[in-house]
Each structure stands twice: as C-alpha cells, then as structure tokens.
Design a protein around this ligand. Sequence first.
Ligand code: ADP
Ligand code: MG
Length: 258
Amino acid sequence: MKLEVKNLCYSYGDGDALKGIDLEVAEGEFVGLIGPNGSGKSTALKNIYRGLKPDSGSILLDGEDLLTMPFKKSALKMAVVGQENEVPFDFMVEEIVAMGRSPHKKLFEIDNEDDKYMVHHALEHLGMENMAKKNYLHLSGGEKQRVLIARAVAQESDFYILDEPTNHLDISYQMQIFDFIRRLNVTVLSAIHDLNMAALYCDRLYVLKNGEIVLSGTPEEVLTEENIMNVYGVRSSVTTNPITGKVSITFLPAGINK
Ligand code: ADP
Ligand code: MG
C-alpha cells in the first residue's frame, strides 16, 4: 500500500475539521477525494503532505510512519500540487520548477547538471520550454498550473497529492492537466471539485462530508443519484456514457422533473 491513513483527526481549534478519517491509496491508483466545500478535503491533504500536524491517528507512506519520517525524506516521496492561485511566487518559471529539485539537495547546494537537465526535461514535458524565463505572476491560470506540475515532475516522485488542481481552469486545460497526470503513471490522491472529472479519471473515490468519510468505492458505486442528493442536496440524472463507459452526471434545475 502506498498510503494508509487511519483514524486521522484534526481540529483548527473551533470544532473538528477531520473526525477520524480512514483512507488508502494502492500503488498506481488514481484516487479522488470529493465532497462539498468545507467538508475537509484540503485539511485532509494538508495533514498527509505535512502542511498540518494531525491531532491523532496514523499515516503510513510506503509502510513507514510518515509522522516521524525526516521532512526531507517525505518531501522526496510526495509531489504536491495545489491551486494555481494560491501560490504567490514572484519568480521565473524555471526557478519555480527548480524548487522541485530541493529535496534532492543539501542546503545551499547549487544546481548541478542533473538538476538542470530535470528542470529542462520537466518544462519540455509540459510544452513550456519557451516560457522558462517568464515571470510566474504574468502567466495565465492554465500556464501557472502547468508550471506547478512541471515542478512536481522535476521532483521525480512517484506519488502526487493534488488539491483541486484544475479549479478555475477552462475545460481544455482541465482535460490537459488530468490527461497529463494520468500519463505519468504515478500514484495519485487528488481532491476534485467536479464530479464528472472525478468519474472520468479516478479509479476510486472517497466522499467527505463534515469531516467524515461518508462513502467510498468506484465512481459507479459512489456517484449515484441518491448519493449525490444525500451529500450535495441536488437532484441529478446519472447515466453511463456509451463512449467512455463512465458515469456521467447532469444536474437538474428546479422545474425539470424526472
Ligand atoms: P474543503 O477543502 O473540503 O473545501 P477545508 O479542508 O478547506 O474544506 O475546510 C474544512 C473546514 O475547516 C471548514 O469548516 C473550514 O472553514 C475550516 N478551515 C479550513 N482552514 C482553516 C483555517 N486555516 N483555520 C480555521 N478553520 C479552517
Ligand atoms: Mg479545499
């Protein structure tokens, strides 16, 4: 098992944000974390990537206790991609991608040929070689997100933690980013806002509501009309798309009856 989270609890001080969550990600799986705004997705991911320290519970990464692992070691094992607008970097694109190399290096060690190669390779992989010298803050949302993914690629980790990586992006960029990540053949745990994207890309889903995992299973098992009503309080029509073979969700406005 790549990741095993057991009975994870976390509180920001005013009520429990995570009330004992259990989840697992197997090697090679693409696992989605869905749930309404404020349900605890980002809090769960931050506890896993060590942005927050759990109040209780255990987290194993590759069978090892993550909470006592040296930070440098855990930083090598997980690449984290957040939302593009949450990263106020005033740096050149290639400098941000080079940050992905830092867990490989000693403090103040300068970039060697391997690092330079990996940064170039990562930018090329995302079709961004010509933007290497541009200021990150001047890029569009889709370009910024590609830079953050290039940073993850430069890190050479085989486990990606993504927090709604395609929020605020046009549909073409959403597809491009998820297609790209899937082609990397890495293990993924991703918070995903859009249920149709979750259905298209995830092997399995966990549903968070009020800090608890209320459902888990394949997209077909989880994304039923009844579950969507119970978790999100909206009516929907769920069908299987004949081309993708995946479930497809249409939300029903008031006045349209089934
Ligand atoms: P999601 O990512 O599913 O939208 P979050 O994990 O961001 O949910 O939030 C879960 C709960 O924790 C919400 O009630 C939110 O208001 C609260 N919360 C999130 N971040 C903080 C914070 N820094 N301080 C206090 N409460 C927070
Ligand atoms: Mg969030």
